[in-house]
Write a protein that binds this ligand. Structure first.
Ligand SMILES: CC(C)(COP(=O)(O)OP(=O)(O)OC[C@H]1O[C@@H](n2cnc3c(N)ncnc32)[C@H](O)[C@@H]1OP(=O)(O)O)[C@@H](O)C(=O)NCCC(=O)NCCS
Length: 131
C-alpha cells in the first residue's frame, strides 16, 4: 500500500470493515461488494440533493486501482459533480486503511462516477427541486 492518507476536511459517507464473507477465492475482496458500497455511497448525496427517492441510471466509469483485503477499513467519499433536470452525477472515491503490526497504511483503491435519477411516485423521472 502507498503512504496516502485519508483526505482532510472531507466527510466520509460510508465506513465499513472488509469481512471474510465478501472475499474472492483469491483472497482479495469481491469487486461486487465494493461496487455495492460505491453505489450506496453515491446515492447518499443524490438522495439529499433530490430530497426524495433516486435510482441508479448509469455507471459511467469504475476503476479498481488497488485490491482491498479482509480487515481493511474501507472509507467512501462522494460528491456531486454535475446535475441536469432530473439527474445527478456523483463521483465516489474509496480508500482502504490497513492496520498491521501496530502500523496503519492507506491507499486510494477505487474511483467511480455514477448517475442517479430522481423519481416520482410512478417511478418516472422527477425534476430536481431548487438547490
Ligand atoms: C431511471 C429511469 C426512471 C429513467 O427513465 P428514462 O425514461 O430513461 O428517463 P429519461 O430518458 O428522461 O432520462 C432521465 C435522466 O437520465 C439521464 N440519462 C439517461 N440515460 C443516461 C445515461 N446512459 N447516462 C447518464 N445519464 C443518463 C438523462 O439525461 C436524464 O437526465 P436529465 O433530466 O438531468 O437531463 C429508468 O431508466 C429506470 O427506471 N431505470 C432503472 C433504474 C434501476 O432500477 N436502477 C437500479 C437500482 S437503483
Amino acid at each position: 500500500m502507498s503512504e496516502d492518507s485519508l483526505p482532510e476536511n472531507r466527510m466520509p459517507v460510508i465506513r465499513v470493515p472488509a469481512r471474510p464473507s465478501d472475499q474472492n477465492p483469491g483472497g482479495s475482496m469481491f469487486g461486487g461488494w465494493i461496487m455495492a458500497n460505491v453505489d450506496i455511497a453515491g446515492s447518499i448525496p443524490a438522495l439529499k440533493r433530490a430530497r426524495g427517492p433516486v435510482v441508479t441510471r448509469a455507471v459511467e466509469s469504475f476503476e479498481f486501482r488497488k485490491p482491498v483485503f479482509v480487515g481493511d477499513l474501507v472509507t467512501c467519499y462522494a460528491e456531486i459533480v454535475g446535475e441536469g433536470r432530473t439527474s445527478i452525477k456523483v463521483r465516489v472515491e474509496v480508500f482502504a486503511e490497513r492496520m498491521q503490526a501496530g502500523d496503519t497504511t492507506c491507499a486510494r483503491v477505487t474511483e467511480a462516477t455514477l448517475t442517479y435519477v430522481a423519481i416520482d411516485e410512478n417511478r418516472r423521472p422527477r425534476e430536481l427541486p431548487e438547490a
